[in-house]
Design a protein around this ligand. Structure first.
Ligand code: ZN
Length: 385
């Protein structure tokens, strides 16, 4: 229902709070009687979030993984000098965080930026896909408008968390906004459960505690909202689930053992569940395809599979060949990290643990089936449909 005079539509995003986790925990059961699995989008939050905000599939909004081969336009050429850092320093997480912050500021990026475990010597071969803040005007690579762009264009007052801030600070700013009572649309962004799930896996005490904490915090928000508004439409949802990791797969050693030269014969990005390749000649392609077919814990994705997931990008900017690991197998070490994790996401979106979730205090029509169904719901709730 579009908003009436004194109604509030509140959308609450909780990163990685997947369907399997919701289904097995109690969470605002009385307030959110409608709850359903929500199909995720193949990729990581960097792929899913633009889909939530625009309703577009990855091939259309242009976002997927952070790093892609593009030496002509690489913003990292100047970082070549970092490759002289000794590995003991270069591989330390805290050192990388500081360097990421400095590089981000220097490049003027407003999006989420992290160098992760990318080898410094290879950085000049790559470009970065999330240079701009997704939540601000012009943040989507394709130029598509987000729900917030539409709200701004129409001058509708709304609340939007700052993803850079802590959950506590975002909850406080929402409370303030609610008690002023000027908004009719809110988007609360909470992302710290993702890290808890990566560290401890889904069946863990810290996850239970985190869910209980969210429940307490949201009860307080609901109470404040009901004091100010006669009608509250509450939606809680996520971008993807979390799969417990059962095994690590050292795919990098397998590829390195082929004797091919990185940057001369081929280029790869090793994400946490996915390896993406670019080939400079047929022999390299043949050797790598053969090596990958000898790894039973993953498969080379077909064009049809990528098309089905909306990841058939025109011009293949994110790689000519994708090798996806089976659910529960962590590509480790990878360009994203070098230590084992208890949980990971970015597997086959059809796997049960990959499923996102949708919960609400009434049943919208239609009920969103996949992440791209959230955008039309938000538009409708904002009276913009
Ligand atoms: Zn994550």
């Amino acid at each position: 229902m579009p908003p009436s005079e004194n109604s509030l539509s509140l959308f609450v995003f909780i990163d990685a709070f997947g369907w399997e986790i919701l289904r097995t925990h109690s969470f605002l059961d009385d307030e959110l009687p409608i709850r359903a699995p929500l199909e995720t989008i193949f990729g990581y939050s960097s792929t899913c979030d633009p889909t939530i905000l625009t309703g577009k599939m990855p091939r259309d909004h242009g976002h997927f993984s952070f790093f892609y081969y593009n030496p002509q336009k690489s913003p990292f050429r100047i970082l070549r000098m970092l490759s002289i850092l000794p590995p003991s320093l270069a591989n330390r997480g805290r050192v990388r965080n500081v360097i990421s912050r400095v590089v981000k500021r220097w490049l003027g990026y407003t999006g989420y930026f992290q160098l992760y475990n990318m080898p410094f010597r290879y950085l000049p071969l790559f470009d970065y896909s999330e240079k701009k803040d997704l939540y601000q005007k012009g943040g989507i690579n394709s130029g598509d408008l987000t729900i917030f762009d539409h709200l701004r264009e129409r001058g509708i007052p709304f609340y939007l968390s700052d993803w850079r801030n802590s959950e506590t600070s975002n909850l406080q700013s929402l409370e303030k906004s609610l008690s002023e009572g000027n908004i009719c649309f809110g988007y609360l962004y909470m992302a710290s459960m993702d890290a808890v799930l990566h560290q401890y896996g889904t069946p863990s005490e810290p996850v239970k505690r985190k869910i209980a904490w969210y429940e307490d915090q949201l009860r307080k928000i609901i109470r404040i909202a009901r004091e100010k508004y006669s009608e509250l439409h509450l939606f809680v949802f996520t971008d993807h689930g979390m799969t417990n990791v059962t095994e690590d797969c050292d795919l990098i050693s397998r590829i390195n053992s082929l004797g091919l030269r990185f940057g001369k014969d081929f280029v790869a990005v090793y994400d946490s569940t996915l390896a993406r390749f670019w080939f400079f000649h047929e022999k390299a392609r043949h050797l790598i395809v053969t090596a990958l077919s000898q790894e039973p814990r993953g498969h080379i994705m077909t064009r049809q599979e990528l098309a089905l997931y909306g990841c058939d990008f025109p011009g293949q900017p994110y790689g000519e060949l994708f090798f996806l690991l089976e659910p529960g197998i962590l590509l480790c070490p990878s360009f994203m990290g070098q230590s084992h994790l208890a949980g990971m996401h970015g597997y086959d979106p059809r796997d049960k643990d990959s499923l996102a979730m949708f919960a609400a205090n009434f049943s919208p029509n239609p009920l969103p089936k996949r992440l791209d169904g959230l955008f039309p719901l938000m538009m409708h709730e904002a009276g913009l449909a």
